[in-house]
Design a protein around this ligand. Structure first.
Ligand code: ADP
Length: 354
């Protein structure tokens, strides 16, 4: 069994920084969980507590049901892949893959035949045939990354930990490796905890996402559940590009008012009363003639397949994402940018009380 549990897991560093504040989180056996949050929110700390690279200062971490707080890192059955691949530069790919197995302590020593079989399997899975006899410096970033993953997998870890493993790659390679990582996970199904600040990685890789801010868990959900039903305005603004429009104001009698801006609330929010943050995704705002909210176009980002409109109304900025296939037209040229009307009364809008 290889499920992972954080139970009230807390880390306060010696200088007083509370990096992780009572984290309760369960990762099921075979699950791919992504810890997502801005830089400094405590993601790596959580990973390092699980790996045994930092001492926990409160609560428990468990692997396969057993408390591991006091186990040394080598006895926790964990494989790690870091942002810097940390391959041995003087060894070939083949030697890098097998080195950790040869070095195993006598208790879990692996036979030469078994080592060869595991290296073959990793070579197939990660498509490393052509580079087995090369040294790391002769490999591309993506190939080095795959060797680092292979080296962790040949040890048959109960749990695989990855800390921003794609950040050193250029954008195109990152996209490809993201897809490969997911495919690989479906092949080996190792329980995986993956740390990133990149919400696209989180959305595409995860079975479930745990979103963290200031050392605290904000939401633990399937990616699309978190996207469509964010627990608070932080999660709402963190998931999605362009980010969700968030407008602070007051709801009363089915109307939302924010300074000089007011608009009718959609039916499911009509009963809402009092102060709140109205949230609507850029792809849910409609630009249409006769819309309820008159706006001035501040700028348009033309991305080819879609365009992002930045609209101003009564001192608020609203982002609108328009797909070319939906509007059927290209966005207007700069000279034609002028007044537009949008409607915010969309079915998927939300109000947050935080
Ligand atoms: P993330 O991985 O989300 O970027 P970290 O877990 O690395 O965040 O850090 C969380 C917080 O703990 C940050 O405020 C960071 O400055 C602090 N921190 C991390 N390591 C140490 C340390 N060894 N000593 C003191 N503070 C630390």
């Amino acid at each position: 069994m290889s499920e992972v549990e954080f139970i009230g897991a807390t880390k306060r560093y010696d200088d007083g920084t509370l990096a992780l504040d009572s984290l309760d989180l369960r990762i099921e056996e075979g699950e791919f969980l992504v810890l997502l949050g801005p830089s400094g929110c405590g993601k790596s700390t959580a990973l390092r507590l699980l790996a045994g690279l930092e001492d926990i200062t409160g609560g428990e971490v468990r692997i396969g049901g057993g408390k591991v707080n006091d186990l040394p890192p080598g006895a926790r059955g964990i494989g790690m892949v870091f942002q810097s691949y940390a391959l041995y530069p003087h060894m070939t790919v083949r030697e890098n893959l097998s080195f950790g197995l040869r070095r195993s302590r006598s208790r879990d020593r692996v036979s030469e035949a078994e080592i060869a079989s595991r290296v073959d399997e990793a070579t197939d899975m990660l498509d490393l045939h052509n580079v087995l006899d090369k040294k790391p410096r002769e490999l591309s970033g993506g190939q080095q990354q795959r060797v680092a993953i292979g080296r962790a997998l040949v040890r048959r870890p109960k749990v695989l930990l990855m800390d921003e493993p794609l950040s050193n790659l250029d954008a195109k390679l990152r996209n490809r490796m993201r897809y490969e990582l997911r495919r690989l996970h479906e092949l080996h199904e190792t329980t995986t905890l993956y740390v990133t600040h990149d919400q696209v990685e989180a959305m595409t890789l995860a079975d479930r996402i745990a979103i963290i801010a200031d050392g605290r868990l904000q939401q633990h959900a399937k990616p699309l559940d978190a996207y469509h039903r964010p627990a608070n305005s932080f999660v709402a603004s963190f998931l999605g590009t362009p980010a969700m429009n968030l407008i602070e104001g007051v709801a009363k009698n089915g109307v939302f008012t924010a300074g000089g801006l007011s608009f009718t609330l959609p039916e499911h929010l009509a009963e809402w009363k009092g102060p709140g943050i109205y949230g609507v995704r850029p792809e849910d705002v409609r630009i249409r003639e006769g819309g309820e909210v008159p706006c001035v176009v501040g700028g348009i980002e033309r991305l080819g397949s879609n365009a992002i409109y930045h609209l101003e109304t009564s001192g608020h900025w609203i982002r609108v994402l328009q797909h070319r296939s939906d509007s059927g037209t290209e966005p207007p040229d700069r000279a034609e940018q002028g007044k537009l009307a949008v409607t915010l009364a969309v079915p998927s809008a939300l109000i947050f009380r935080d």
